[in-house]
Design a protein around this ligand. Structure first.
Ligand SMILES: Cc1ncc(C[n+]2csc(CCOP(=O)(O)OP(=O)(O)O)c2C)c(N)n1
Length: 900
């Protein structure tokens, strides 16, 4: 028996019944092919058929429908997508074997079997679905979306003459730009866009459509390929600026001591003219780490959309466009994390347009080495997104792709992705030789005419333009480039680089001098406590949670950690400061200590006391994040860039999980201001402490955070009292500068009876104390410097053993080291021995980054013995042991040793 490959045969009975149910309810909810199948079946049911002598016309139609369905599903695999026709990447699987014959033959067989009368249909289908633009729709679960996309795709037409002329002009500008740089700086890396020339008209078209649809602000996530070209020819950065920076001018005026970054990573803020008016453009600075900028872009978009919503303007005024490259987008984990954020209430940006510059090579790696999925867009199949593949050598198809992607995102508020299949004219960078590894492909590439030439020929052919006009246009660009080059010689940027607008009242991190008073009137705190603990009438609360709420209100002598945190939030909110806290299970808190949302045990309804403090309070958001660190931290960092006046917090479930977001920490949080003048006031809460629970969940890796600290780029705190935590949070928004704040927040201290603060410690006139002291009555012979939970254990020992010659200093801030707060103590006890005690192993924790600064300070204080001994666990490759008993014993020894 011949094996049938019709998709109809592949469909299970259940599936078909499901489709029929949808059809009976609303035929338009089905994609056109399936709709027609059921219409046909209805007709067949109504038509008496003879003894099989003649094939009824309905059967022919059924075959035609099978063909249509095959094209809807698999047409993209027959499409003409590779401009070189060499790599044929989409048609190969992971082993480099030819396209899976079974799938391909679904279409081919249906075509063969198509009765004569339907032959024209086959041609039409082939023209529509197997041309230079193709769609993937079979992953879309929502039938209405799927059918709408197929309809739009089949209706999409050749762009208008004006649009085509604009695209040609863009191609000329792009070509001249790259050619100019290649001549002037033949050996300098610019990651030129040659071969991906269609990117400029594609982006241009997206901006134009956005302007026309009323979008007023676009945030762009860039990547390296062709980036400078886009800056010059699409985003509108002045040529002279680009060339001056490319020549080596410092990007920020008067900031010579700042490391800055190479021109192809710098951000840009500008206005782009579209036929419907100006659109603001934010090009987000990006590190070399591919795909790392994605969540940062989303966070910025979301913050701008929230601003627009608050101003009654509608979130639809802000759009994110993210650029990717084939090799990275197919595999980098941040892509999957980003995609999963797209539909979540706390993180959605109403769809992003993704553009992949798919030059069918990643440095020297070919697609069959680079991924298993058929296309580099595989990840988007996990959500109902539009996936378009387009041949980068067909400018008209590229514009149609831009239109389809834009319309899909605009109408459905979902992601649309354009896979721009092109090639790379040069090596990975301009000094890299691709012919060492891809000699055959490069033989074809070397002979390939530029898209500008191909498109020019097409438009000349249809009489839209003449070759003389094109010569004049190219010359115009050359002249402009030459003029800019000459001016660039002595051009100095006149921007300091620090952001303006909503950042205008802020100052760069290192310019901050004054400490804000963060205390709040006690009467006000009591009022807030009452509001926080009041439960709406008729609300049935779990008994234990109710008890906790009562404890909130009555704990004024001994406030717990969570109460101090809630008071910090509540006081800020009623002072007009927005608060956003996101992370895994943050609403209840991983340690069940917070309860920011109360749940009615009868109805399941939620009540968030912090959102009901006063009518004019600022907005409060506590969001349980998906199980992602990389994308969620990147997202919150992005939010913090757009919300200098708000308190934005990311909490890791345990501090060790921050390593999943290390790329965001390294590349953005700690270095963004130094590289790009991009300040942030983000707070990272990283639960930390060795508690005998095993190696995991023990360490926030303070040594790593300290290693990243320099030039006062960040603050690192290890607060040990609720009051100090309260002041730390308020201080973060009440001071003028914004610096990322890392808090190694506690676990056992959340419930330790001694780790409480009186309400008065939060009161007026109080502020954050970077050093806390425990001074004995006797004369001090020994000073133990320590931090966090260990200090409580040391103090307990001191008390139990009645040791009255040892002072304990708790370092509440570890970076910048609170020198002026420490010095008076050191001067006071010049003749004492100084030790540093930490519970972490010797190669971890605070010690190895604090030893030299502390010893320098001892010298400065002129103490008799200016060297420190560290009391610590032995060095270990693992953060903590796994036996609780051993931990307790070791801890006891450690504490004793600190005193002897
Ligand atoms: C996360 C990350 N890993 C590795 C690199 C090093 N790297 C820079 S470009 C590149 C290849 C990028 O692929 P693609 O853009 O598709 O190729 P290209 O056209 O630039 O050669 C690699 C591996 C990087 N920048 N980021």
């Amino acid at each position: 028996m011949r094996r049938t490959t019709s998709p109809l045969a592949a469909a299970s009975a259940n599936y078909l019944e499901g489709l029929e149910a949808v059809f009976r309810k609303d035929p338009n909810a089905l994609e056109p092919g399936w709709r027609a199948v059921f219409q046909l079946l209805d007709e067949l049911a109504a038509t008496p058929v003879g003894n099989g002598v003649h094939m009824p016309p309905q059967v022919k139609e059924a075959q035609a429908l099978a063909l249509a369905l095959a094209y809807y599903r698999h047409g993209h695999r027959l499409a003409d997508l590779d401009p070189l026709r060499v790599l044929d990447a989409p048609l190969r699987n992971a082993n480099g074997a030819p396209m899976d014959a079974q799938v391909a033959s679904a279409a081919v067989l249906a075509m063969e079997q198509a009765p004569k009368g339907t032959a024209r249909d086959a041609e039409t289908l082939h023209r529509l679905h197997a041309g230079t633009l193709a769609i993937e729709t079979s992953h879309i679960d929502d039938a209405r979306l799927r059918s709408g996309l197929i309809d739009a795709f089949e209706r999409s037409e050749l762009p208008s003459p004006e649009t085509r002329l604009a695209a040609l002009a863009q191609l000329v500008a792009a070509e001249q730009f790259e050619a100019f740089l290649a001549v002037k700086w033949p050996t300098k890396k610019r990651f030129g866009g040659e071969g991906a020339d269609a990117l400029a008209p594609l982006m241009h078209r997206l901006l134009e459509r956005a302007g026309g649809a009323g979008i007023r602000h676009i945030v762009i996530g860039p990547m390296h390929r062709g980036r400078l070209n886009l800056m010059a020819n699409v985003y509108g950065e002045p040529l002279v600026e680009i060339l001056a920076k490319f020549k080596g001018a410092h990007p920020f005026a008067g900031a010579d001591g700042i490391a800055a970054d190479v021109p192809y990573h710098q951000g840009f803020e500008g206005k782009v003219a579209t036929s419907a008016g100006e659109v603001t453009i934010t090009v987000v600075p990006n590190p070399s780490h591919l795909e790392a900028v994605n969540p940062v872009v989303l966070g910025r978009v979301r913050a701008l959309q929230d601003d627009a919503r608050r101003e009654g303007d509608g979130a639809g005024k802000v759009l994110g466009i993210i650029l990717h490259t084939d090799a990275s987008v197919a595999v980098q984990g941040s892509v999957l994390e980003m995609i999963q954020l797209s539909g979540l209430e706390g993180y959605s940006t109403a769809g992003t347009i993704h553009v992949i510059v798919n030059n069918q090579i990643g440095f020297t790696t070919e697609p069959h080495e680079a991924r298993t999925s058929l296309y580099c867009t595989g990840a988007w199949k996990s959500i109902d997104s539009a996936i378009l593949h387009v041949n980068g050598n067909d400018a008209d198809a590229v514009i149609r792709a831009a239109d389809l992607a834009f319309d899909f995102r605009h109408e459905h508020r979902r992601d649309a992705v354009i896979d721009l299949i092109c090639y790379r004219k040069n090596g990975h960078n301009e000094i890299d030789e691709p012919r060492f590894t891809q000699p055959l492909i490069y033989r074809t590439i070397d002979a390939a005419p530029a898209l500008r030439a191909l498109y020019e020929e097409t438009l000349i052919g249809v009489g839209l333009v003449s070759s003389e006009e094109m010569t004049v246009l190219a010359q115009k660009h050359r002249d402009a480039l030459q003029a800019a080059y000459q001016s660039a010689a002595d051009h100095r940027p006149n921007r300091g680089g620090f952001p303006s607008g909503k950042w205008a009242s802020r100052v760069p991190a290192r310019a901050e001098s004054n400490e804000p008073l963060t205390g709040v009137r006690e009467e006000r705190l009591i009022e807030l406590l009452e509001k926080l603990s009041s439960i709406p009438q008729g609300f049935s609360l779990d008994r234990k949670v109710a008890r906790l709420m009562r404890a909130h209100a009555t704990s004024q002598d001994a406030l717990r950690w969570a109460t101090a945190e809630a008071l910090a939030f509540a006081s800020l909110l009623t002072e007009g400061v927005r608060v956003r806290l996101s992370g895994q299970d943050v609403v209840r808190g991983a340690f069940s200590h917070r309860h920011l949302a109360l749940t009615d045990v009868e109805t399941g309804k939620r009540h968030v006391p912090l959102a009901h403090l006063s009518l004019d309070q600022a907005s409060f958001e506590a969001i349980n994040s998906p199980l992602s660190e990389y994308a969620v931290l990147g997202f919150e960092y992005g939010i913090s860039l757009e919300c200098p006046d708000a308190l934005t917090i990311w909490e890791a479930q345990f501090g060790d999980f921050a390593n999943g977001a290390q790329i965001i920490i390294d590349q953005f949080v700690v270095s963004g201001e130094e590289k790009w003048m991009q300040p942030s006031g983000l707070v990272l809460l990283l639960p930390h402490g060795l508690e005998g629970q095993g190696p995991e969940h023990s360490s926030a890796r303070p040594e790593r955070i300290l290693q990243l600290a320099a030039k006062e780029n960040i603050e690192i705190a290890n607060p040990s009292t609720p009051a100090n935590y309260f002041h730390l949070l308020r201080r973060q928004v009440l001071r003028r500068a914004r610096k990322p704040l890392f808090v190694t927040s506690p676990k056992t201290l959340l419930r330790l009876p001694e780790a409480v603060s009186p309400l008065s410690a939060l009161g007026e006139g109080e502020s954050f104390k970077p050093v806390l002291s425990c001074v004995p009555h006797g004369s001090v012979r020994r000073v133990i410097l320590s931090s966090g939970k260990l200090a409580y254990e040391l103090e307990k020992h001191q008390h139990m053993e009645k040791i009255d010659n040892t002072a304990i200093l708790r370092l509440e801030r570890l970076y910048p080291l609170p020198e002026s707060a420490l010095l008076p103590y050191l001067c006071r006890w010049r003749d004492a021995d100084f030790v540093f005690a930490q519970e972490e192993p010797a190669n971890q924790g605070w010690w190895s980054y604090l030893d030299r600064p502390l010893e320098r300070l001892l010298h400065e204080a002129e103490v008799a013995k200016p060297s420190l001994v560290c009391i610590t666990r032995p060095a270990s490759p693992s953060p903590a042991g796994s036996f609780h008993g051993d931990h307790e014993k070791d801890q006891e020894v450690l504490v004793r040793r600190a005193f002897t």
